[in-house]
Each structure stands twice: as structure tokens, then as C-alpha cells.
Design a protein. Structure first.
Length: 187
């Protein structure tokens, strides 16, 4: 895993040294769920780019509610007109870990989550569509939606720190990406 991150950052430095454009971004949807996130997008040519985002949420809320997870999501994008402007299609992967207790997840993934603690790993991928608006030389705004497959391994506990009740896995087909994103371009 360490080598993958080293390769990614070496690639970013190489591309920017060659005069490629790149931007730093944050997803406002994740911000609304108190998930700290940061993304980087690098142009790979006239109509290709690589977007990589990372998210972390390590909070325990009142009433012992836990919404803890981290995720990395790389995506290759094909732009229909020019990079960083207009329509794009992407193919993305995602992976990370989670620890949830007493929260409601969308799409009823874990229906008894209000009573039990779930911890595990997940990974998957999918296809996405988005549109990006230039708001000047340095700023942009993006809307993105994507769907695909997610595989999650889990351990189920009666409560955080409690007895392990079972282990298993879940398969999910549906939304795998959503974004309302602000971008700052570094030219």
C-alpha cells in the first residue's frame, strides 16, 4: 500500500513538472456529514485526467453514535470538450474501512445498525458522470454522480468493545459516488 501512494505522488510531481494543470478540491456533501476530505485532480492530456480523493471521519457523537470511516477513491476521467470544463465520464475504484454504531445508513445496507456495531473493510468500483463549471482562472464547481459495485466484509458486535456476534460480507449494487465539489486550480 505504501508503494502505491509513493508511485501516485511521484506521478503527480512528474506531471506538474511537465507543465500539466492540476487542482485541489473538497466535496461539500462529505463536509455536510462531518467527513474530512481532500482531492487532487491532475490533467493527463487534452481530454483525460486523474482524480484522487481521500476521506476520513473519526467521530463519536452523542448517545454513543459512531460514524467512523476512511476511504480512498481514484477515478480516471474522459472529458467531452476540454479538461476541467463541461461534461465528463469516469471510471472509479474505492476502498477503505468503517466502524458504525447507532446510525442510519442509506439504502438499508445494515438494517439493524441502530442496535449493533459493524466494523469492516470495503472495496469496489463503478462508472460516473459529471459536469464541471469554470468560475474564473483558479476556481471551479463540479457535480458528480456514479454507480457500481461495493463488496464489504464485516464483523458484527453487540456494541463497541462488546462481544463479536458474527462475521460475513455484503454485496451492494447502487450509488458509489456523489459530489458537489469546489475546486481550486493550480496553474
Amino acid at each position: 500500500m505504501k508503494n502505491i501512494f509513493s508511485l501516485f505522488f511521484f506521478s503527480l510531481i512528474s506531471l506538474t513538472a511537465m507543465g500539466q494543470h492540476w487542482g485541489v478540491k473538497t466535496n461539500l456533501l462529505y463536509d455536510a456529514t462531518t467527513t474530512i476530505n481532500l482531492g487532487v485532480e491532475v490533467a493527463l492530456g487534452k481530454s483525460l485526467s486523474l482524480d484522487v480523493s481521500g476521506n476520513n471521519n473519526g467521530w463519536t457523537f452523542s448517545d454513543d453514535k459512531q460514524w467512523q470511516n476512511w476511504m480512498v477513491q481514484p477515478e480516471f476521467r474522459v472529458w467531452l470538450c476540454e479538461k476541467f470544463n463541461g461534461h465528463f465520464f469516469g471510471i472509479h475504484a474505492l476502498g477503505g474501512q468503517y466502524d458504525f454504531y447507532k446510525v442510519n445508513l442509506p439504502f438499508d445496507i445494515y438494517p439493524d445498525l441502530k442496535d449493533y456495531n459493524y466494523k469492516g473493510d470495503f472495496y469496489g468500483g463503478g462508472l460516473s458522470y459529471g459536469y464541471q463549471w469554470m468560475l474564473g482562472n483558479r476556481w471551479g464547481f463540479e457535480l458528480t454522480v456514479g454507480g457500481g459495485y461495493l463488496y464489504a466484509k464485516y464483523d458484527k458486535y453487540d456494541n463497541p468493545g462488546g462481544a463479536k456476534l458474527e462475521s460475513g460480507n455484503k454485496n451492494y449494487w447502487g450509488f458509489t459516488k456523489a459530489g458537489i465539489t469546489i475546486i481550486y486550480f493550480i496553474l
